[in-house]
Design a protein around this ligand. Structure first.
Ligand SMILES: NC(=O)c1ccc[n+]([C@@H]2O[C@H](COP(=O)([O-])OP(=O)(O)OC[C@H]3O[C@@H](n4cnc5c(N)ncnc54)[C@H](OP(=O)(O)O)[C@@H]3O)[C@@H](O)[C@H]2O)c1
Length: 409
């Protein structure tokens, strides 16, 4: 690597030693997959803290199972339930957003940042600020405040390990050469459940249909983002920040089998890819053990059984969210902060039945335009500023919701 980057790149020959791990977003899809990997490596990991949003019973169950020392829940109203569920365990309960930040700040060898959405920003930045090693699943942090995130990591000497399967793949493939020799990086996309659907047919998509991803089992927000291809847009922005790569050198390629997770093309024409079964426990295990390797938990890749790997260009006319994300990244400033907030509102409203699937990108686009007119798209310089732009953009998106939702009829 030519200059210092908080994204780890060296791979010294070290055997894994016992590591203290904290899991933020422990009750979610990535959180429980992390718990699964940790439990299958007895003696290698000790869990320091677990944190979640509002599910006290599940958080307490996990905290007990993982023998954590501290359990934090963001919802202050869930404190009594958490306390009762942890009674007699010796695990310290705490509640409120500050308790989640405290969980992130407790000394640990690795913090798994797996809260979903911009809610993860403050705790993840708190972990980086400590100079910790952060395994980053929460891509919205980078979309919401990428420059701030990377500046904070660099200033504190923190290490960022990419958990998102595409970024983890690129992180692994980058090890094959020098950064200055990279020509482009390629993010693969499954194309989601509506890859072959006509635009008109997508107008009638229901939440139940959109929540059925063909290859991956994930939390609801990222599953809907995968169906609109906004997920790939968020990942484009994530890759730009993580790998300090101009957006013009980041391509997206639809690959319906989700076996190749990412590729790096070097200047000599070599393209280095990382492959694996579509199971997040593989990139999670890679981050948990980095720079060593531990036994994986996913089914062994059987290419003879799969037979065919296919590829196609993304269709930006049927999936405009990807183009919106690229445009927001090109616009720079706080446009991606607005994009992220508007998309979170749009996904929640779609799941609540108040916005059609095909109108999700429409609401994001209308919010970006209105935010530009109102001077909201300034680059956030601090967590508070990022959260203020996020908050104002959410208000704007909700204001625009009735007008955009009406377009479905
Ligand atoms: N799932 C995947 O395969 C996958 C793949 C790549 C990247 N990612 C990224 O990883 C992140 C997590 O995704 P996921 O699919 O695991 O989401 P998920 O299943 O919806 O889980 C979200 C987690 O965040 C917790 N949470 C919500 N608000 C919180 C708050 N204010 N403070 C603390 N915790 C809070 C939730 O707790 P409660 O249960 O108590 O609400 C839950 O533990 C997302 O950014 C996603 O884009 C996921």
């Amino acid at each position: 690597m030519d200059t210092y980057s908080p994204v780890a790149h060296a791979q010294p020959d070290e055997a894994p030693a016992e590591r203290r791990v904290t899991i933020l977003g422990a009750t979610g899809s990535i959180g429980t997959s992390t718990a699964d990997v940790v439990k299958h490596e007895p003696g290698l990991y000790r869990v320091e803290a677990v944190a979640s949003g509002g599910n006290a019973v599940e958080l307490a169950r996990l905290a007990r199972e993982l023998d954590a020392r501290f359990a934090a829940i963001a919802d202050p109203g869930a404190y009594q339930d958490l306390k009762a569920a942890l009674a007699g365990s010796g695990i310290e309960p705490a509640a409120g957003p500050a308790a989640v930040v405290e969980a992130a700040r407790r000394p640990a060898d690795l913090i798994m940042a797996a809260i979903s959405g911009a809610n993860g920003l403050a705790p993840t930045l708190a972990a980086l600020d400590q100079g910790s090693t952060v395994a980053l699943a929460n891509k919205e942090c980078l979309v919401c405040a990428g420059h701030l995130f990377m500046r904070t990591a660099a200033a504190a000497g923190a290490t960022v390990l990419p958990v998102d399967s595409e970024h983890n793949a690129i992180f692994q493939a980058l090890g094959a050469g020098r950064r200055g020799d990279v020509k482009r990086i390629i993010l693969t996309a499954s194309g989601g459940p509506f890859r072959t659907w006509a635009r008109e047919a997508m107008r009638a998509v229901t939440p139940a249909q959109a929540l059925k991803h063909p290859n991956w089992s994930m939390g609801p927000k990222v599953t809907i983002d995968s169906a609109t291809l906004m997920n790939k847009g968020l990942e484009l922005i994530e890759a730009h920040h993580l790998f300090e790569m101009p957006e013009s050198q980041i391509d997206v390629l639809v690959h319906p089998q989700s076996i190749i997770h990412g590729m790096v093309e070097f200047r000599d024409g070599s393209v280095v890819a990382q492959l694996g079964s579509p199971d997040m426990r593989t990139p999670i295990a890679h981050c948990l053990a980095w720079p060593a390797r531990i036994d994986g938990r996913a089914a062994q890749l059987d290419l003879a059984r799969i037979g065919t790997l296919s590829f196609e260009a993304p269709d930006l006319a049927r999936f405009p969210a990807l183009a919106l994300a690229r445009a927001a990244l090109q616009a720079a400033g706080g446009a991606t902060t607005v994009l992220n907030a508007a998309n979170e509102v749009a996904v929640a409203e779609f799941l609540n039945g108040r916005l059609g699937f095909a109108e999700i990108p429409g609401l994001v686009e209308a919010t970006l335009e209105a935010a530009g007119r109102r001077g909201l798209t300034r680059e956030p310089g601090s967590v508070d500023e990022a959260l203020r732009v996020d908050h104002d953009s959410r208000l704007l998106a909700r204001e625009l919701l009735p007008e955009i939702a009406a377009k479905a009829f």
